[in-house]
Design a protein around this ligand. Structure first.
Ligand SMILES: [Zn+2]
Length: 426
């Protein structure tokens, strides 16, 4: 692996630090920053990044669905591009780094190549993707799916932005963008023209802070087994008058099911499985419940995530069997309701190995870990594009104004990514 001159990495870090500062100031919305999907903050971010990209000799365009494309031209334009990037939108009053870090670091890599006087063999394409945060439009990976023609064809007219009530088509028209490719299911970027996709992103949990590591190579994006509208049905009855054998207590049955899941999760985790389980909703009916009544109905949710698709399928079967067993023992029927599952997206083994090797070469301590949150990388991996993510340590979690990305960790990320991307570019 080629080593990069220190001055080129220092130039890249200076550019990246300055861009984060300017972007944060330009999209400030105290507390924090706001960059709405198909809204003002994204447009401001695109303008700022475009100007810097042009200064690095990059070709800058925006496609029909608003994706910002910044290309550092290679010597052989016929080859598929090494592609990087992430999303430029944020949650309302969010932090400055979720999403933007992946685009800005792509420009940092272009700056390092520029400063080192390296002319890449193939194109480096840096994407500023639209609309990844689900809080604005109720659709996952909206911008990256639009880019590849993967959205439902009626999406421009049926998806409404939560805060304005206006449709996606209306928001796109306001920016001079064209929803026609979405309505036609037409891809604006051919996956065959992408050699690989690399998405740097802040870690949104506490693992890297806890372990004192600046970066992690992501092994996969967890898929999910989700039942957001599950319920248990027994019979309402008097809390004092009914003996145990006659009770059909929906709350006790639900708690038994959740406790069984928790015990199984604990055993699976001890054996090395990747798994997280959450019951975010657990409630008796406020119109009917009271402390002196056996609850006949409980509503609850299950959100079970793993990067192991076989484990998720096995747990789905186990849940059905366990619900039947507990239900029979307690006179309660479980109804899991409609599922909203998502398949796991595994990162490319070759790219993972490249980043691990690059980290070791650069003397940067790193680990591998699964991503619990969804990312645009799942869209790229789902299309068969070799994909990898690099997580950067970030304090105080994400989707809040207190996201904290230390520029020293950005420097460590650049030390890993610059030589690795240079090797991929040839
Ligand atoms: Zn993000």
């Amino acid at each position: 692996m080629t080593t990069f001159p220190d001055h080129a990495l220092a130039t890249a870090l200076t550019l990246v630090t300055d861009l984060f500062d300017r972007l944060g100031a330009a999209t400030a919305d105290p507390p924090g920053i706001t960059r709405a999907s198909y809204g003002e903050g994204e447009v401001i971010a695109q303008g700022l990044l475009s100007e810097v990209a042009r200064g690095l000799g990059m070709e800058v365009t925006t496609d029909a669905v608003g994706t910002l494309r910044m290309v550092l031209p290679g010597r052989d334009r016929s080859l598929p591009a090494v592609t990087m990037g992430s999303h430029l939108d944020s949650v309302p009053h969010g932090g400055n780094f979720d999403g933007a870090a992946g685009v800005i670091m792509g420009l940092g890599i272009a700056a390092a190549l520029h400063a080192a006087g390296r002319a890449p063999h193939r194109d480096l394409l840096v994407l500023g993707i639209r609309a990844e945060e689900m809080c604005w439009f109720p659709a996952h990976y909206l911008g990256s799916r639009a880019l590849f023609g993967l959205l439902p064809k009626d999406a421009p007219d049926t998806l409404r932005r939560v805060d304005t009530g206006r449709t996606l088509a209306e928001h796109m028209a306001a920016e001079g963008l064209d929803p026609a490719p979405i309505r036609a299911g037409r891809a604006l970027l051919d996956p065959a023209r992408i050699a690989c996709f690399i998405e740097p992103h802040i870690e949104q949990g506490p693992v890297l802070v806890e372990e004192g590591l600046p970066v992690a190579v992501v092994s996969g994006i967890r898929g999910s087994l989700r039942y957001p509208q599950a319920s248990a049905h027994g019979a309402h009855a008097h809390a004092g008058a009914v003996p145990r054998r006659h009770r059909r207590d929906a709350a006790m049955a639900t708690v038994a099911l959740i406790a069984a899941l928790d015990a199984r999760w604990s055993r699976l985790e001890a054996s090395g499985a990747d798994l997280v389980c959450t019951t975010g909703i657990l409630a008796t009916d406020p119109a009917l419940h009271t402390s002196t009544k056996i609850p006949g109905v409980v509503r609850f949710s299950l959100d079970i995530r793993s990067q192991d698709a076989a484990l998720l399928a096995e747990l789905d079967d186990w849940l059905a069997a366990e619900a039947a067993r507990i239900g029979a023992a307690r006179g309660v029927t479980f109804d899991f309701g409609p599922p909203t599952h998502a398949a796991p997206a595994l990162m490319d083994p070759g790219l993972r190995a490249l980043l691990v090797r690059s980290a070791a070469n650069a003397g940067v301590k790193a680990r591998e870990m699964a991503s619990g949150a969804g990312h645009d990388s799942a869209t790229f991996a789902g299309l068969g594009i070799p994909t990898v993510m690099l997580f950067l340590r970030n304090e105080h979690g994400s989707h809040n104004p207190d996201e904290a990305l230390d520029m020293a960790d950005v420097g460590a990320g650049l030390a890993v990514l610059v030589p690795a991307v240079a090797e991929l570019l040839g």
